[in-house]
Design a protein around this ligand. Structure first.
Ligand code: NAI
Length: 245
């Protein structure tokens, strides 16, 4: 039976690239995003089906535990198993800590970090019963090294690294691997919001002197989701063109 991958926040950007890549690898795909509007004027579902695998959209705000519970149940019912979970959904609400309203901090923690608890727990339970599975989460270089203006975002991404190592230890004996990738500066709608000055400052620090592409993230996720990575767990792979060494 074909394996199934659930990718959160997969209507666009890195998540959509990961969904397409895992479909090419032969996974059936459970797409997710926060509302139906994210899939308007968007042919991701058709492009995945054209690759000969099954695909369905599951609308859910991943920061909400009850919605995640319903989504995991629905994905399991539709496809029969959840073999790979990619925690990709994420937002930024940048600002210096001294001026950041409390709600702005809490929102980023809820969407980027609480969501990972929700789905590591819920999809992790399905995988425990299966005695197999791969969990891959999107951290960030901001979580490894910090970034001014991103106290909320860097906290959420650093937390994902701790959660990845904890769950690797909790789930390892059940045949489940848990890893994270930490992208650097990747061209997507999220980073399009940065000013030219911010973008140029980043470029100066990158050894490869260019931004990454969504496919360069998807390639590493594909490896972690494959049998080639069957003995890799609890790891954080930086994909940043040599931002820090
Ligand atoms: P994006 O903004 O293009 O895509 C994020 C997707 O997540 C969107 O489709 C959005 O609707 C969805 N989403 C947001 N809140 C959600 C919620 N509550 N429930 C379900 N879906 C939700 O962002 P991008 O650049 O593709 O980023 C993907 C991941 O990669 C994020 O976790 C981000 O933090 C991480 N990342 C991105 C980097 C970059 O340079 N673009 C660098 C490092 C990490």
């Amino acid at each position: 039976m074909a394996k199934t991958a659930l990718i959160t926040g997969s209507a666009r950007g890195i998540g959509a690239a990961i969904a397409l890549r895992l479909a090419k690898d032969g996974y059936n795909i459970a797409l997710n995003d926060v509302n139906e509007g994210m899939f308007e004027n968007n042919d991701i579902e058709e492009r995945i089906k054209a690759l000969g695998v099954e695909c369905e959209k599951f609308i859910c705000d991943v920061s909400k535990y009850d919605q995640c519970e319903a989504m995991v149940k629905a994905v399991k019912e539709r496809f029969g198993s959840i073999d790979c979970l990619v925690n990709n959904a994420g937002i930024t609400r940048d600002g210096l800590a001294a001026r950041m309203p409390e709600e702005q901090y809490d929102l980023v923690i809820a969407v980027n970090q609480k969501s990972v608890f929700n789905l590591m727990k819920l999809a992790g339970s399905v995988m425990m019963r299966q005695k197999s599975g791969k969990i891959i989460s999107l951290a960030s270089v901001a979580g490894l090294y910090g970034n001014p203006g991103q106290i909320n975002y860097s906290a959420s991404k650093a937390a994902i690294i701790g959660m990845t190592k904890t769950m690797a230890k909790e789930l390892g004996s059940r045949g489940i691997t848990v890893n994270a990738v930490a992208p650097g500066f990747i061209s997507t709608p999220m980073t399009d919001k940065l000013t030219e000055e911010q973008k140029n400052r980043m470029l100066e620090q990158i050894a490869m002197k260019r931004y990454g592409t969504v496919d360069e993230i998807a390639g590493v996720v594909s490896f972690l989701a494959s049998d080639d990575a069957s003995y890799v767990t609890g790891q954080v792979i930086e994909i940043s063109g040599g931002l820090m060494m």
